[in-house]
Write a protein of this length. Structure first.
Lengths: 113, 112
């Protein structure tokens, strides 16, 4: 498939545990974005990568959240000491470069119990 | 801070009707505007991207317009079909590079 791929599609974890969410962007896309969507709301920005570097991480809610993109392709969103309030759908998107048409993956539904 | 508002929040129409979804944004200094469709439990599907220098874009039965100076965009859907039922999201690319700001969406139901 040529689209953005996110794994896992669903993740249930216990409060306090560590989770990693993976995003495989469209090949050749230099820009990668993470968003979080709560039920009935529009997606909220978390972080934007241009290549390997985080160009804007102003949307990360606190220092329990961290994301990497070491080779400028696959990205991992990491959440430490998960809380019930972290439960949401985490969406990844990519585009050829920043501020151009973004293509989204199917999302990872995270449930913290 | 950019804020995006979509009206109406929900819309139910019979099949075959033409309809208009509205989007407004508070900061007119945008780079691009993008409309998405989201089916229940799914990710977002890009419908149309309008660059800030453009007035409208068309794709099949969809037509999106942009009036940057007044901070408004509309999505026009012609001859609606039950398969058009979904949530439609408007999002703007602001001058803060790489950040899309979304509206809350319009939930559209087209009944046979």
């Amino acid at each position: 498939g040529a689209g953005v791929s996110q794994t896992p599609s669903n993740k249930v974890t216990e409060k306090g545990k560590y989770v990693e969410l993976r995003c495989d962007p469209i090949s050749g896309h230099t820009a990668l974005y993470w968003y979080r969507q709560s039920l009935g709301q529009g997606p909220e920005f978390l972080i934007y990568f241009q290549g390997t570097g985080a160009a804007d991480d102003s949307g990360l809610p606190n220092d329990r959240f961290f994301a990497v993109r070491p080779e400028g392709s696959v990205s991992t969103l990491k959440i430490q000491r998960t809380e019930r309030g972290d439960s949401a759908v985490y969406l990844c998107a990519s585009s050829i470069e920043g501020n151009t048409e973004a293509f989204f993956g199917q999302g990872t539904r995270l449930t913290v119990v | 801070k950019q804020e995006v508002t979509q009206i109406p929040a929900a819309l139910s129409v019979p099949e075959g009707e033409n309809l208009v979804l509205n989007c407004s944004f508070t900061d007119s200094a945008i780079y691009n505007l993008q409309w998405f469709r989201q089916d229940p439990g799914k990710g977002l599907t890009s419908l149309l991207l309008i660059q800030s220098s453009q007035r409208e874009q068309t794709s099949g039965r969809l037509n999106a317009s942009l009036d940057k100076s007044s901070g408004r965009s509309t999505l026009y859907i012609a001859a609606s079909q039950p398969g058009d039922s979904a949530t439609y999201l408007c999002a703007v690319w602001g001058t803060s590079y790489g950040k899309l700001t979304f509206g809350q969406g319009t939930i559209l139901t087209v009944h046979p």
